[in-house]
Design a protein around this ligand. Structure first.
Ligand SMILES: C[S@@+](CC[C@H](N)C(=O)[O-])C[C@H]1O[C@@H](n2cnc3c(N)ncnc32)[C@H](O)[C@@H]1O
Length: 248
């Protein structure tokens, strides 16, 4: 009883924990399968990250945990030689993070290569379930170009994956981000970039582990079946491996 009264008082005073507990009570009723996470996280208040989210207007699109992890994983590759690539660029938010990181490195010699149809998703197949349809997430090339205009070491390769991969066949990579949501382009991307990833380089698949993207998870797991590396599934979604790092 006393505990409840204190809880109501905290709520009226607007205390974060009390507001959050109310949210979990509502959540248990409305979305019982959802697992809340504590709101007391330092990265929620990271100013540079907050500016980045605001720049792309993505503060509340439920992808910020994965965008944060992308930045953390990039840091692991600081000493790995090679360029960076993204397959699935959309409006350029994740590529912006990658380019900003590349530009911050002392030698800053990396080029960032970007692959996207800029016409949305290609046709999903039965493996991909029913969440996506052809043409979803279409955004014109010019939007991404404008978003990344401040960076110089960037190359846009518009087209259907894997059509333009041959143009970087002689490059090697430190970090590759694949975010195309469905099986076929994820399969083609991992097959192309795996042998070009330098030891210690990271392959990150944004869609790994999502019920809504079963094809992407399958493409990664199938490819890694006979490789020493296996994907590590992140709690906010997405999965990655480090080239040369044996995983059970
Ligand atoms: C989820 S969005 C990428 C989001 C992006 N990483 C960001 O920072 O916001 C998926 C992108 O994959 C692209 N895409 C999907 N299938 C493709 C394919 N077969 N070939 C080329 N691009 C594809 C879409 O055009 C879309 O821009």
């Amino acid at each position: 009883m006393l505990k409840n009264i204190r809880g109501v008082g905290d709520l009226l005073r607007g205390k974060l924990e009390a507001r959050f507990r109310l949210l979990t009570i509502i959540g248990r009723v409305v979305v019982p399968e959802y697992r809340f996470q504590w709101p007391f996280l330092d990265w929620f208040h990271d100013e540079e990250f907050g500016r980045f989210l605001d720049r792309f207007g993505v503060s509340h699109d439920c992808n910020d945990g994965r965008r944060w992890m992308l930045g953390q994983l990039l840091r692991l590759t600081a000493r790995v030689p090679g360029d960076t690539a993204e397959c699935g660029v959309y409006r350029g938010a994740d590529s912006y993070r990658i380019c900003a990181f590349n530009a911050s490195l002392p030698d800053a010699t990396r080029t960032h290569y970007m692959f996207d149809s800029f016409q949305g998703l290609s046709a999903p197949t039965a493996i991909d379930g029913t969440h996506w349809k052809q043409g979803d997430l279409a955004s014109p090339l010019e939007v991404a170009q404008l978003a990344l205009a401040e960076f110089h070491a960037t190359v846009f390769l518009p087209g259907w994956i894997p059509q333009r991969f041959a143009e970087v066949a002689d490059r090697s990579f430190a970090f590759v981000h694949v975010d195309v949501d469905i099986y076929e382009p994820t399969r083609d991307s991992i097959a192309f970039f795996y042998p070009r990833l330098n030891p210690g380089g990271i392959f990150l698949c944004d869609d790994y582990g999502f019920d809504s993207c079963p094809g992407a998870t399958r493409a990664v797991d199938e490819f890694l079946r006979d490789k020493p590396e296996k994907a590590l599934a992140l709690s906010d979604g997405g999965g990655f491996f480090i080239k040369g790092c044996v995983t059970c």
